[in-house]
Design a protein around this ligand. Structure first.
Ligand code: ZN
Length: 71
């Protein structure tokens, strides 16, 4: 199963820090990905957000592959 990291990247980079107004920077890496943030506070927020986004994208990817399977 392959996650669409472009979708995840777009969603994460829409977020910006409420204190510094800096955007999160999403980087794909060998182990998965990293998210660069301006401060720890924003890192916490974006951490939770990315978990949610990835859960959603995983669900979508599973549904898509199931649909293909039963066609
Ligand atoms: Zn910040």
């Amino acid at each position: 199963m392959q996650l669409d990291y472009n979708v995840i990247k777009r969603k994460i980079e829409k977020e910006s820090c409420k204190i510094h107004h800096e955007k999160a920077v999403f980087k794909k890496s060998i182990k998965g990905f990293t998210i660069q943030t301006c401060c720890q506070e924003f890192e916490k927020i974006i951490g939770l957000k990315s978990e949610k986004i990835i859960a959603e994208e995983t669900k979508k990817a599973v549904e898509t592959s199931l649909k293909k399977m039963f066609k």
